[in-house]
Design a protein. Structure first.
Length: 135
């Protein structure tokens, strides 16, 4: 769906260092996800927005923490949606490592790894592990 494509594009543009394109894609993904009424899907978009705002890639950015806090609140509404929760924890944990809050970042990444292991999302578990090993 277009909203999933925008979510994917936000991650790709972020990885390529194009903050403005990542921000635009994350906003478009959120617009589409809000229409679904699925909190865990919206949470992933808020985490992406937090990651983009905290990346240093934007000429003008907002504080990323409110985006991450919103993402955590949304995943708490759907505890059974473990994949979304794991993604939010991985994205936020990575941001915290980069921003200097290593202890909290590592704790979130460990929690994400446990979730991904439990649900069999090996690729996502490896991404969280790689962040832990480099941070």
């Amino acid at each position: 769906t277009p909203r999933d494509i925008y979510r994917w594009l936000a991650s790709v543009y972020r990885a390529l260092g194009d903050g403005e394109a990542a921000l635009d894609s994350a906003r478009r993904a959120l617009e589409g996800m809000e229409a679904t009424g699925k909190p865990s899907e919206q949470a992933i978009c808020y985490a992406l927005l937090g990651d983009v705002h905290g990346s240093g890639l934007l000429a003008e950015s907002s504080p990323p923490e409110p985006f991450f806090e919103r993402a955590l609140a949304l995943v708490a509404e759907e505890e059974h949606r473990l994949y979304g929760k794991g993604l939010v924890l991985r994205i936020y944990g990575g941001y915290l490592l980069r921003s200097g809050d290593r202890a909290r970042g590592r704790a979130l990444l460990r929690e994400a790894m446990e979730i991904f292991e439990r649900i069999g999302a090996e690729g996502e578990r490896r991404k969280a592990r790689a962040l832990l090993e480099t941070g």
